[in-house]
Design a binder for this molecule. Structure first.
Ligand code: PEP
Length: 263
Protein backbone atom coordinates (compact mmCIF):
# COMPACT_ATOMS: atom_id res chain seq x y z
CA UNK A 1 0.00 0.00 0.00
CA UNK A 2 1.50 3.32 -1.08
CA UNK A 3 0.98 6.16 1.37
CA UNK A 4 1.82 9.61 0.03
CA UNK A 5 4.34 11.22 2.40
CA UNK A 6 2.98 14.22 4.27
CA UNK A 7 4.76 17.22 5.76
CA UNK A 8 2.84 19.91 7.62
CA UNK A 9 4.21 23.09 9.15
CA UNK A 10 2.54 24.25 12.34
CA UNK A 11 3.42 27.92 12.74
CA UNK A 12 1.66 28.10 16.12
CA UNK A 13 1.16 31.67 17.46
CA UNK A 14 3.89 33.13 15.25
CA UNK A 15 3.90 35.58 12.32
CA UNK A 16 1.81 38.67 11.73
CA UNK A 17 -0.19 38.62 8.49
CA UNK A 18 2.62 40.50 6.79
CA UNK A 19 5.29 38.11 8.08
CA UNK A 20 3.18 35.11 7.07
CA UNK A 21 2.90 36.52 3.56
CA UNK A 22 6.67 37.03 3.40
CA UNK A 23 7.37 33.51 4.60
CA UNK A 24 5.08 32.07 1.92
CA UNK A 25 6.67 34.29 -0.74
CA UNK A 26 10.11 33.01 0.30
CA UNK A 27 9.23 29.38 -0.34
CA UNK A 28 6.17 29.26 -2.60
CA UNK A 29 7.80 28.53 -5.96
CA UNK A 30 10.35 26.05 -4.69
CA UNK A 31 7.92 24.26 -2.39
CA UNK A 32 5.34 24.04 -5.16
CA UNK A 33 7.85 22.26 -7.39
CA UNK A 34 8.61 19.44 -4.93
CA UNK A 35 6.59 16.43 -6.00
CA UNK A 36 5.68 13.22 -4.23
CA UNK A 37 4.97 14.86 -0.85
CA UNK A 38 1.71 16.37 0.35
CA UNK A 39 2.70 19.80 1.70
CA UNK A 40 0.54 21.67 4.18
CA UNK A 41 1.04 25.04 5.87
CA UNK A 42 -0.83 25.84 9.08
CA UNK A 43 -0.52 29.57 9.80
CA UNK A 44 -2.53 31.45 12.46
CA UNK A 45 -6.26 31.89 11.72
CA UNK A 46 -5.90 35.56 10.89
CA UNK A 47 -3.54 34.81 7.97
CA UNK A 48 -5.63 32.06 6.40
CA UNK A 49 -7.54 34.25 3.89
CA UNK A 50 -4.36 35.93 2.62
CA UNK A 51 -2.36 32.71 2.43
CA UNK A 52 -5.23 30.86 0.80
CA UNK A 53 -5.14 33.43 -2.03
CA UNK A 54 -1.35 33.10 -2.36
CA UNK A 55 -1.54 29.30 -2.58
CA UNK A 56 -4.27 29.21 -5.22
CA UNK A 57 -3.20 27.12 -8.21
CA UNK A 58 -0.24 25.64 -6.33
CA UNK A 59 0.28 22.12 -4.97
CA UNK A 60 0.52 23.45 -1.40
CA UNK A 61 -2.43 22.99 0.94
CA UNK A 62 -3.59 24.94 3.91
CA UNK A 63 -4.55 23.91 7.43
CA UNK A 64 -5.87 25.60 10.55
CA UNK A 65 -4.37 24.94 13.97
CA UNK A 66 -7.62 24.46 15.86
CA UNK A 67 -11.37 25.08 15.64
CA UNK A 68 -14.55 24.92 17.70
CA UNK A 69 -16.91 21.99 17.25
CA UNK A 70 -20.06 24.09 16.83
CA UNK A 71 -21.03 25.63 13.51
CA UNK A 72 -21.94 29.01 15.01
CA UNK A 73 -23.21 30.62 18.18
CA UNK A 74 -22.28 32.39 21.39
CA UNK A 75 -18.68 31.22 21.71
CA UNK A 76 -16.75 34.48 21.89
CA UNK A 77 -13.36 34.32 20.27
CA UNK A 78 -13.85 30.94 18.62
CA UNK A 79 -13.62 29.90 14.95
CA UNK A 80 -16.05 27.37 13.50
CA UNK A 81 -15.67 24.64 10.86
CA UNK A 82 -18.08 26.57 8.68
CA UNK A 83 -15.70 29.55 8.66
CA UNK A 84 -12.77 27.31 7.73
CA UNK A 85 -14.23 25.00 5.14
CA UNK A 86 -13.82 27.37 2.18
CA UNK A 87 -10.35 28.47 3.28
CA UNK A 88 -8.43 25.32 4.10
CA UNK A 89 -8.41 21.56 3.69
CA UNK A 90 -6.88 20.45 7.00
CA UNK A 91 -7.19 21.26 10.68
CA UNK A 92 -4.81 20.27 13.47
CA UNK A 93 -6.81 18.90 16.41
CA UNK A 94 -5.73 17.73 19.86
CA UNK A 95 -2.30 19.35 19.71
CA UNK A 96 -0.64 18.91 23.11
CA UNK A 97 -0.49 22.70 23.57
CA UNK A 98 -4.29 22.74 23.24
CA UNK A 99 -4.66 19.78 25.58
CA UNK A 100 -2.36 21.06 28.32
CA UNK A 101 -2.63 24.89 28.15
CA UNK A 102 -6.32 25.06 27.24
CA UNK A 103 -7.65 21.95 28.96
CA UNK A 104 -8.90 20.16 25.84
CA UNK A 105 -10.03 16.69 26.82
CA UNK A 106 -10.26 13.66 24.54
CA UNK A 107 -14.03 14.22 24.57
CA UNK A 108 -13.65 17.74 23.17
CA UNK A 109 -11.08 16.54 20.63
CA UNK A 110 -13.55 13.84 19.57
CA UNK A 111 -16.34 16.42 19.04
CA UNK A 112 -13.96 18.55 16.98
CA UNK A 113 -12.93 15.59 14.80
CA UNK A 114 -16.58 14.78 14.17
CA UNK A 115 -17.35 18.40 13.27
CA UNK A 116 -14.31 18.69 11.00
CA UNK A 117 -15.24 15.58 9.01
CA UNK A 118 -18.89 16.62 8.75
CA UNK A 119 -17.72 19.90 7.25
CA UNK A 120 -15.32 18.41 4.75
CA UNK A 121 -12.14 19.28 6.67
CA UNK A 122 -9.43 16.66 7.16
CA UNK A 123 -8.28 16.44 10.78
CA UNK A 124 -4.65 16.02 11.76
CA UNK A 125 -5.17 14.32 15.12
CA UNK A 126 -2.22 14.76 17.51
CA UNK A 127 -1.50 12.23 20.23
CA UNK A 128 1.49 11.81 22.52
CA UNK A 129 2.61 11.05 26.04
CA UNK A 130 4.16 13.40 28.60
CA UNK A 131 7.63 12.83 30.04
CA UNK A 132 6.38 11.40 33.34
CA UNK A 133 4.10 9.01 31.44
CA UNK A 134 6.98 7.84 29.26
CA UNK A 135 9.21 7.38 32.31
CA UNK A 136 6.47 5.37 34.03
CA UNK A 137 6.31 3.05 30.99
CA UNK A 138 2.78 4.27 30.18
CA UNK A 139 3.29 5.47 26.59
CA UNK A 140 1.11 2.80 24.95
CA UNK A 141 -1.64 3.11 27.55
CA UNK A 142 -1.82 6.90 27.02
CA UNK A 143 -1.74 6.67 23.23
CA UNK A 144 -4.34 3.89 23.21
CA UNK A 145 -6.74 6.11 25.20
CA UNK A 146 -6.12 9.21 23.08
CA UNK A 147 -6.67 7.32 19.82
CA UNK A 148 -9.71 5.34 20.97
CA UNK A 149 -11.39 8.29 22.68
CA UNK A 150 -10.44 10.75 19.93
CA UNK A 151 -11.94 8.50 17.25
CA UNK A 152 -14.85 7.24 19.34
CA UNK A 153 -18.01 6.89 17.22
CA UNK A 154 -16.31 8.37 14.17
CA UNK A 155 -17.21 6.57 10.97
CA UNK A 156 -14.05 4.91 9.59
CA UNK A 157 -12.45 7.31 7.13
CA UNK A 158 -9.27 7.68 5.14
CA UNK A 159 -9.59 11.46 5.43
CA UNK A 160 -7.66 11.76 8.64
CA UNK A 161 -3.98 12.03 9.43
CA UNK A 162 -2.56 11.13 12.84
CA UNK A 163 0.56 12.75 14.29
CA UNK A 164 2.52 11.05 17.06
CA UNK A 165 3.96 13.94 19.02
CA UNK A 166 5.55 13.01 22.34
CA UNK A 167 5.02 16.08 24.54
CA UNK A 168 8.60 15.91 25.84
CA UNK A 169 9.94 16.26 22.30
CA UNK A 170 7.92 19.32 21.27
CA UNK A 171 9.98 22.50 21.10
CA UNK A 172 12.68 20.99 23.33
CA UNK A 173 15.30 20.09 20.73
CA UNK A 174 15.11 16.52 22.09
CA UNK A 175 13.50 14.49 19.33
CA UNK A 176 12.52 10.88 19.92
CA UNK A 177 14.76 8.30 18.31
CA UNK A 178 13.56 7.21 14.87
CA UNK A 179 13.19 3.64 16.16
CA UNK A 180 11.10 4.70 19.13
CA UNK A 181 8.91 6.92 16.94
CA UNK A 182 8.44 4.09 14.43
CA UNK A 183 7.52 1.62 17.19
CA UNK A 184 4.89 3.97 18.64
CA UNK A 185 3.53 4.74 15.18
CA UNK A 186 3.24 1.01 14.56
CA UNK A 187 1.31 0.76 17.83
CA UNK A 188 -1.01 3.58 16.67
CA UNK A 189 -1.62 1.78 13.37
CA UNK A 190 -2.51 -1.42 15.23
CA UNK A 191 -4.86 0.54 17.49
CA UNK A 192 -6.66 2.02 14.46
CA UNK A 193 -6.71 -1.40 12.86
CA UNK A 194 -8.59 -2.84 15.87
CA UNK A 195 -10.93 0.14 16.10
CA UNK A 196 -11.68 0.51 12.38
CA UNK A 197 -10.12 -2.01 10.02
CA UNK A 198 -6.76 -3.28 8.88
CA UNK A 199 -7.29 -1.84 5.40
CA UNK A 200 -8.00 1.68 6.58
CA UNK A 201 -5.19 1.55 9.16
CA UNK A 202 -2.78 0.60 6.38
CA UNK A 203 -3.86 3.59 4.33
CA UNK A 204 -3.74 6.27 7.03
CA UNK A 205 -0.75 8.56 7.11
CA UNK A 206 0.82 8.62 10.57
CA UNK A 207 3.44 11.29 11.17
CA UNK A 208 6.11 11.96 13.74
CA UNK A 209 6.35 15.41 15.34
CA UNK A 210 8.74 16.82 17.93
CA UNK A 211 11.90 18.86 17.29
CA UNK A 212 12.17 17.89 13.63
CA UNK A 213 14.77 19.93 11.72
CA UNK A 214 16.59 19.70 8.41
CA UNK A 215 19.42 17.98 10.33
CA UNK A 216 17.42 15.08 11.74
CA UNK A 217 14.56 14.49 9.24
CA UNK A 218 16.71 12.01 7.32
CA UNK A 219 16.80 9.74 10.37
CA UNK A 220 13.01 9.44 10.52
CA UNK A 221 11.83 9.28 6.92
CA UNK A 222 13.54 5.99 5.93
CA UNK A 223 11.41 4.19 8.56
CA UNK A 224 8.58 2.59 6.54
CA UNK A 225 6.09 3.21 9.38
CA UNK A 226 6.74 6.98 9.44
CA UNK A 227 4.77 8.74 6.71
CA UNK A 228 6.08 12.24 7.27
CA UNK A 229 6.28 14.92 9.92
CA UNK A 230 4.41 17.66 11.71
CA UNK A 231 7.01 20.40 12.03
CA UNK A 232 6.76 23.28 14.50
CA UNK A 233 9.69 25.67 15.01
CA UNK A 234 11.59 24.63 11.88
CA UNK A 235 8.59 25.39 9.66
CA UNK A 236 9.01 29.11 10.39
CA UNK A 237 12.24 29.25 8.39
CA UNK A 238 11.81 28.92 4.64
CA UNK A 239 15.13 27.18 3.94
CA UNK A 240 14.65 24.74 6.82
CA UNK A 241 11.15 23.77 5.76
CA UNK A 242 12.14 23.43 2.10
CA UNK A 243 15.01 21.19 3.07
CA UNK A 244 12.75 19.00 5.25
CA UNK A 245 10.25 18.58 2.41
CA UNK A 246 12.84 17.95 -0.29
CA UNK A 247 14.73 15.41 1.83
CA UNK A 248 11.43 13.62 2.46
CA UNK A 249 10.67 13.54 -1.27
CA UNK A 250 14.13 12.22 -2.06
CA UNK A 251 14.12 9.54 0.64
CA UNK A 252 10.59 8.24 0.09
CA UNK A 253 11.17 8.54 -3.66
CA UNK A 254 7.55 8.15 -4.67
CA UNK A 255 6.98 9.15 -8.26
CA UNK A 256 3.46 10.19 -9.02
CA UNK A 257 1.55 10.70 -12.20
CA UNK A 258 1.79 14.34 -13.28
CA UNK A 259 -1.32 15.43 -11.45
CA UNK A 260 -0.05 18.56 -9.80
CA UNK A 261 -2.15 19.83 -6.95
CA UNK A 262 -4.31 16.74 -6.92
CA UNK A 263 -2.64 14.58 -4.30
C1 PEP B 1 4.52 20.91 17.00
O1 PEP B 1 4.20 21.92 17.57
O2 PEP B 1 3.64 20.22 16.45
C2 PEP B 1 5.94 20.54 16.96
C3 PEP B 1 6.26 19.36 16.54
O3 PEP B 1 6.82 21.50 17.37
P1 PEP B 1 8.44 21.47 17.22
O4 PEP B 1 8.75 20.95 15.85
O5 PEP B 1 8.86 22.89 17.39
O6 PEP B 1 8.97 20.56 18.28
Amino acid sequence: MMRIPFIAGNWKMNTTVHEAEELVHDMLERLDRIEGVEKVLCPPFISLPTISELLKGSSIKLGAQNMHFEIKGAYTGEISPLMLRKLCQFVILGHSERRWYFGESDKIVNKKIKAAIENGLKPILCVGERLEEKEAGRTEEVIDKQVNRGLNNIKPTRNIVIAYEPVWAIGTGKAASAEQAAATINFIRNTVSKLWSKDIAQELRILYGGSITSSNIAQFIPQPEIDGALVGGASLRAEEFLSIVSQTAAIKGISLPAERGKL
